[in-house]
Design a protein around this ligand. Structure first.
Ligand code: IMP
Length: 431
């Protein structure tokens, strides 16, 4: 099966945009399967910068079909704004090249209000969400009171569903001391966008089944990272969806065998936005250096990312829970010029050394990294296009990462430019 799923192996922001764009040039269909517009993928093509949040990365390339699966939560207004922004850069977006799942759940303005009110109510226990309403929209979906794309076809049913949903939320908003939302206002604003949105709606599972049978190459584009997965991440400091590769099947509507090769995008150091445990975080000059050199500011919220050493124990865990076949290592050049580089191989918790991050919140908070120190390198790795271009110490660092995480480096990205990539294995080609 020549399909590929791309997921983040850390806490998101691993540099998926460039890799997904590179792979999407070789795919026929690109599918988003979880998350929403909390994601931010930056693509640089021919000097034009595209900042995508909800649209699959294939959208900027002609002749590709972009699909938003039912595992995604869709803010219709954010989607329409993004479509307009991308169109303004001379990209055609029509129902011919964009399909959204008729059974995908919607994010409504009330979800954003709830997201923000709930965060405020958490006080010191804040998660640091993107405030986009992702969590409350998924809650509604699971509670079976969500509004879905297909509901936009039937105005009477839509009104009933909005009233039912708002009965619940207005009680909650009142309890939180926040302003309530008028259901009629939500209904009216949904009616206004209904036709524009539903022109893209389709049974995505059928579209993908046909694509599979026609031998098309499908790229499943993940958002966030394994450590933000609602089951396998650093709960409760996680997002509200499954970010592991198996979600590509459920969130698109294909069988697990269709997912194909799982490529884990992995940054050569570690970053995290928002609150939560981060054992290798560096609150010193080195951390500052990584943030500045790596331009570590969020694409979606502009927030400064927390930075730290590469955590091999964490990525090894991601490799196992997400079934990662190989990794794409990004931003190695950010480490250029450091005298020594640490890699975390495990944690010391309550005086005991463990080689994985246990689930307990208190254990995660206490975890102290156990480091192995390697020599750094002075030469630049920026823009390298072959192994021969890399200094010996950088090759040693990459090889040590492979050993520790128990997965090969399939691809090495050495700058934001598409061509600055060292390819060890084409993920679309079965060996
Ligand atoms: P939410 O997804 O907005 O509910 O946020 C939950 C957590 O996931 C917060 O710590 C966010 O900073 C984090 N998060 C959500 N989306 C992304 C992303 O695309 N990159 C990195 N972190 C993210």
């Amino acid at each position: 099966m020549a399909n590929v799923a791309v997921i983040g192996s850390q806490w998101g922001d691993e540099g998926k945009g460039k890799i997904v764009d590179w792979l999407s040039s070789r795919a026929d269909v690109v599918v988003r399967f979880q998350g929403g517009h909390n994601a931010g993928h930056t693509l640089v093509i021919g000097g034009v910068v595209y900042k995508l949040h909800l649209l699959p990365s294939g959208i900027v390339r002609q002749g590709k079909l972009s699909v938003i699966g039912s595992g995604v939560v869709i803010d219709p207004w954010a989607l329409l704004r993004e479509i307009e922004d991308v169109r303004a850069k001379n990209v055609d977006i029509t129902p011919e090249n964009l399909v959204i799942a008729e059974n995908a759940a919607l994010i409504l303005p009330v979800h954003q209000r709830l997201d923000q009110a709930l965060e405020a109510a958490r006080g010191k226990g804040q998660i640091g969400t993107t405030g986009r309403g992702i969590g409350p929209a998924y809650e509604d979906k699971v509670a079976r009171r969500g509004i879905r794309v297909c509901d936009l076809h039937d105005k009477d049913l839509l009104k009933e569903k909005v009233d039912n949903m708002m009965l619940h939320h207005n009680a909650l908003l009142t309890g939180l001391g926040a302003e309530i939302v008028d259901p009629a206002q939500i209904y009216e604003s949904l009616v206004q966008v209904a036709e524009t949105i539903t022109q893209y709606a389709a049974p995505v599972w059928r579209v993908l089944d046909e694509a599979c049978h026609a031998g098309k190459r499908i790229l499943f584009e993940g958002a966030q990272g394994v450590m933000l997965d609602v089951d396998h991440g650093t709960y409760p400091f996680v997002t509200s969806s499954n970010t592991v590769a198996s979600q590509a099947a459920a969130g698109a509507g294909v069988g697990p065998r269709s997912v194909g090769y799982v490529l884990g995008i992995t940054k050569a150091y570690t970053t995290r936005v928002g609150a939560g445990p981060f054992p290798t975080e560096l609150q010193n000059d080195v951390g500052e250096h990584l943030g500045v050199k790596g331009k570590e500011f969020g694409t979606t919220t502009g927030r400064k990312r927390r930075c730290g050493w590469f955590d091999a124990a964490l990525v090894r865990q991601s490799v196992k829970v997400a079934g990662i076949d190989g990794i794409a290592l990004t931003k190695l050049d950010v480490l250029d010029g450091l005298e020594q580089i640490n890699i975390c191989t495990g944690y010391k918790i309550n005086g005991q050394v463990v080689d994985y991050l246990p689930s307990g919140q208190d254990m995660q908070a206490q975890a102290e990294p156990v480091y192995e120190t390697l020599d750094g390198w002075n030469e630049s790795t920026y823009g390298a296009r072959s192994w021969g271009d890399l200094p010996a110490a950088a090759v040693k660092y990459v090889r040590r990462i492979e050993e520790l995480i128990q997965a090969p480096v399939t691809l090495l990205s050495t700058s934001p430019e598409r061509d600055d990539t060292i390819l060890m294995k084409d993920p679309f080609v079965n060996d």
